[in-house]
Structure formats: structure tokens, C-alpha cells
Write a protein that binds this ligand. Structure first.
Ligand code: LMR
Ligand code: MN
Length: 373
């Protein structure tokens, strides 16, 4: 009824009724199971995965050792950010049932992303994926299996994993591994010229104002508390890489723009970038001795411009199969849904401005309806 009438209040009533049913004295176990699972499912649908986890956990006390239930509980733990609890429950499942692909994929994923335990994660992810069990061969598992292989020095094996996933339609290609993609095909290549983007006017505007943009970036960099934040996605093999955000998910960051008002005034009129809900506009500073692991952005819905501001010697960026460098006052444009990697082997810091634009193939309707990232 809640689905039919699109009614949250009926949905809440159903959640309560499922709960009362499961809690009835002398409720037969099978009814308890079904009621609690429905309750958890609807709670999770509403984004209340912490509560869903509690429901499943209580149910598990009545049906200890039920592997399907344990796996579902692990998912709700992950959704509510309780990765430790998820790790614990998936470890239990793998001990009880060493062939359980679902638990192996999820445990491998946690060991890789939370603990960087690549050697342990790799066989778990591999077994999980090849089990063919529903839910065990999600794109994220291929993504992180390949990444773990890359990081232990086996890029050729990683590439095989990526090709396999691309063959199954999980990735757009072995090199283009974004997982949040437009539902229509978009022109895709690693490097773009301004003409190819159709955003030449905006690009010229950024290039012709590069010195103002640089000076404001430097002034924020100078103040130790200026707001540059270390990269937090664990993409660095080594070194130091910080960002100062002006816009994100199509919204201005007022605290940031207050410190760089002229830059934000220049950017404000570039609506193909400021409205890009699947991107950011930010300064990016990288110190000597930095290496960024090969990685891909989350979405193919944006193109990423880098405006060179302070560019020392011996810095480089590879996107796809081609490696280039930056130039002060000049823009490069990349599609960061393709595999890319950055090196700073110079002796002074490198500063660029990153500006994400909507992919030019996206229609206004698509831009309006895509969820923010
Ligand atoms: C990236 O987009 O991953 C990097 O190229 C950004 C940077 O600062 O070089
Ligand atoms: Mn990147």
C-alpha cells in the first residue's frame, strides 16, 4: 500500500507492524524471520540502515549462524558506516563457510579499503568475484582488486581484471572505470582540446586571468590555516597533496570564496562548471616527492580542466596512455574517468586550479536530473 500510494506514513506503519509481528510472544521462527527481514529492508530503503542492522542483529540471536542473515547484516553495517562490525561478521561467515563468495568479496573490500591489507584482500576479492554469487561481483570489487594488484606491483594482472570487468559491461573500458555513469553513451577519450569541449570562451577566460587566480591561491597557501586540506582518499603512494575547495557538487563554498573573491567572481559566470553537480572547483597543491597511484574518478559525466599556476620542472600527469605536463597560464583538459597517475619529482611545490565542467554531451535534462557526487 505504501508503494502504491507513495506514502511514507503508511510505510512507517508497515515498519511498526513488521516489528510488532516479529516481537510477538510465541511468534514462529519463520514468521519472525520474514517480518524482521521485511522491517529491515524497508528501514534500509528509508536510509535508516543503523536501525535495519539492529533489527537483523536481534533476529540473528534467534537464528544464530544463519549465513544469509549474517551477510545481510554485514551490508547494513557497511551502509551505516560500521565497517568494523561488518568486518567481524564477514570474517565469521568466511570461517564458517570458506566458499561463501558474497562474504569473501565484502571482507576483501573492507581489508583493502579500510586497512590497506592488499595481500589478504586480493585472494578474497578474486574468489568472491569468480564465485558468480549474486552481489559478489559488484563493480567496486573489480575496481579495488585491480587497485590492490597495482599497488603490490602487478599492473599487468590488474589490467586483466579491468579487461574482464569491461567485457562484462561493468566498466566502460579497461581504462575508463568510473562507476557512476550517464545512461546514454558519451564521447570518451582521455585528453581533450578546448575546441572539442565547446567551452573555449570559459577556458580563455580562465587562462587570461591566470595570474589573479594564482596570486589568490598563493595568499591562501601562505596562511598556515588557510584551508588547504590533505587529500583523504588514500590515493598517495607518498608525498603531500592538498586541496582548497571553492565549489563542490554544483554549490559554492562561501568560506572558501571569501578568501579568493576575485577568482570566484571570474568563475561565477562559468555556469557549465559552477552547476556541475558531479564535480568540484578547487586549488590543488602538490609537494616534491609525491606520487599519486593510478586511479579513476567516480563519474564520466564531467571533464576536468587543470589551469597551470605554479609549475616547476619534473612534474607529470599520465591520463590513459599519454603523459604530459602543465604550463603556467595554460589549461589542459582531461576526462578523469580514465585511469590517471601523477608524479612530482621536482624541487618546489606545484599549484593548479582544477575546474570540473559538465560533459558537453549531456543534455540540460540530464544535467538537471543527475544525482550529485
Ligand atoms: C587528479 O585529478 O587526480 C590530479 O591530477 C589532481 C592534481 O592535483 O594533479
Ligand atoms: Mn584524480
Amino acid at each position: 500500500m505504501a508503494d502504491l500510494k507513495q506514502s511514507n506514513s503508511i510505510l512507517q506503519q508497515s515498519i511498526d507492524a513488521y516489528g510488532q509481528t516479529a516481537d510477538m510472544l510465541d511468534c514462529p521462527v519463520e514468521l519472525k524471520r520474514r517480518a524482521a527481514q521485511h522491517q529491515a529492508d524497508r528501514l534500509s530503503f528509508l536510509g535508516r540502515s543503523g536501525q535495519a542492522a539492529n533489527v537483523l542483529k536481534r533476529l540473528l540471536n534467534h537464528i544464530p549462524g544463519d549465513i544469509k542473515l549474517m551477510n545481510e547484516l554485514g551490508v547494513q553495517y557497511l551502509l551505516s558506516g560500521k565497517n568494523r562490525d561488518a568486518e567481524h561478521i564477514y570474517s565469521q561467515v568466511v570461517n564458517m563457510n570458506p566458499a561463501n563468495g558474497f562474504a569473501k568479496s565484502h571482507l576483501g573490500f573492507i581489508l583493502k579499503t579500510d586497512h590497506l591489507r592488499y595481500q589478504e584482500a586480493i585472494p578474497l576479492l578474486r574468489d568472491g568475484i569468480s564465485s558468480g554469487e549474486p552481489g559478489a561481483d559488484d563493480g567496486r570489487f573489480y575496481f579495488h582488486l585491480g587497485d590492490a594488484l597495482t599497488r603490490i606491483g602487478k599492473p599487468d594482472e590488474a589490467y586483466k581484471v579491468y579487461e574482464e570487468a569491461a567485457g562484462k559491461g561493468i566498466f566502460l573500458s579497461a581504462l575508463q572505470r568510473s562507476l557512476y555513469n550517464a545512461d546514454t553513451p558519451l564521447t570518451a577519450h582521455p585528453w581533450w582540446t578546448p575546441e572539442e569541449t565547446g567551452y573555449q570562451r570559459a577556458i580563455r577566460k580562465l587562462e587570461s586571468n591566470w595570474e589573479v587566480i594564482k596570486d589568490e591561491g598563493l595568499s591562501v597557501l601562505d596562511k598556515k590555516s588557510g584551508g588547504f586540506i590533505p587529500e583523504e582518499e588514500n590515493l598517495r603512494e607518498q608525498g603531500d597533496w592538498k586541496q582548497f575547495t571553492l565549489y563542490q557538487r554544483g554549490q559554492k563554498n562561501p568560506a572558501g570564496c571569501q578568501k579568493t573573491p576575485q577568482t570566484c567572481a571570474i568563475i561565477d559566470s562559468i555556469t557549465d562548471a559552477t552547476s556541475c553537480k558531479r564535480g568540484q572547483i578547487k586549488y590543488s597543491v602538490m609537494l616534491p616527492g609525491t606520487h599519486i597511484w593510478p586511479h579513476t574518478g567516480p563519474t564520466n559525466c564531467r571533464l576536468r580542466l587543470h589551469l597551470g599556476l605554479v609549475i616547476p620542472k619534473n612534474v607529470a600527469i599520465r591520463v590513459g596512455r599519454e603523459t604530459r605536463t602543465w604550463e603556467e597560464g595554460k589549461a589542459i583538459i582531461i576526462d578523469d574517468s580514465f585511469d590517471h597517475e601523477v608524479w612530482h619529482n621536482g624541487s618546489t611545490f606545484r599549484l593548479i586550479l582544477i575546474v570540473d565542467f559538465w560533459h558537453p554531451d549531456l543534455t540540460p535534462q540530464q544535467r538537471a536530473s543527475l544525482s550529485p557526487i
